[in-house]
Design a protein around this ligand. Structure first.
Ligand code: ATP
Length: 204
């Protein structure tokens, strides 16, 4: 298998933009958030076990996980949260590795994991390197407000739930400071890391 990278950063830091720049150079991206969403979308593989553990009320009318209902159940109840995670985490892990196995010989594999720092001990064992995309909170707020149309307080509430910038930096092998940076300059930072790591040129 090729080199493996864990990619993380706070909400609005620019992870997805960096992931796209890595994909454009030939990396395989495994998006763990997308995997979690697919498992709980209508027809999702995790739904039967969730319905069995929590009851049919956990499933919304459209056949997907009722996220609001579940959030209320697990928010202040660690046992319920662990119950849900005991169902989801092994399934997410299994899909993560089966997607990674599709990499060509030598192809870099990038795991896009928003909560990598929160599970840092686990991920440090799984990947060769960790790349953190960092920016200040004001930049995060401004980007997510512009992209999602959220009120500032909602963005700040999400930031408060996530790992701190210091905690992220502490587990990083490399940090891209994506602040006061044009998209072209951000792409150039990715190109520099690609060369530094001696990752192979994309096969065409
Ligand atoms: P989330 O965790 O919310 O999914 P993310 O970390 O993946 O966010 P992106 O979606 O890559 O972040 O970036 C957030 C927004 O900011 C996007 O609309 C993106 O186009 C914009 N953006 C990111 N970096 C820059 C930059 N250097 N210059 C201008 N816009 C940027």
């Amino acid at each position: 298998a090729g080199p493996t990278l864990g990619l993380t950063g706070g909400i609005g830091s620019g992870k997805s933009t960096v992931a796209r720049a890595l994909a454009a150079r030939g990396a395989l991206i495994v998006d763990t958030d997308a995997i979690a969403r697919a498992l709980t979308a209508p027809g999702g593989a995790a739904l039967p076990a969730i319905a069995q553990a929590f009851g049919e009320a956990a499933i919304a009318a459209d056949g997907a996980l009722d996220r609001a209902w579940m959030r209320e159940r697990v928010f202040a109840d660690a046992a319920q949260r662990e119950r849900l995670e005991a169902i989801l985490h092994p399934m997410i892990g299994e899909r993560t590795w089966s997607e990674a196995a599709a990499a060509a010989a030598g192809q870099p594999v990038v795991f896009d994991v928003p909560l990598l720092t929160e599970r840092g001990a686990h991920w440090r064992r799984q990947v060769d390197r960790v790349l953190v995309v960092d920016c200040d909170e004001a930049t995060q707020v401004q980007r997510v407000q512009a992209r999602n149309g959220w009120p500032e307080a909602q963005v700040r509430a999400v930031i408060a739930q996530q790992a701190s910038r210091a905690a992220r930096r502490a587990i990083a092998d490399a940090v891209i400071v994506n602040q006061d940076l044009t998209l072209d300059a951000l792409d150039a930072e990715v190109a520099t890391l690609w060369r530094l790591w001696a990752w192979p040129a994309a096969q065409v």
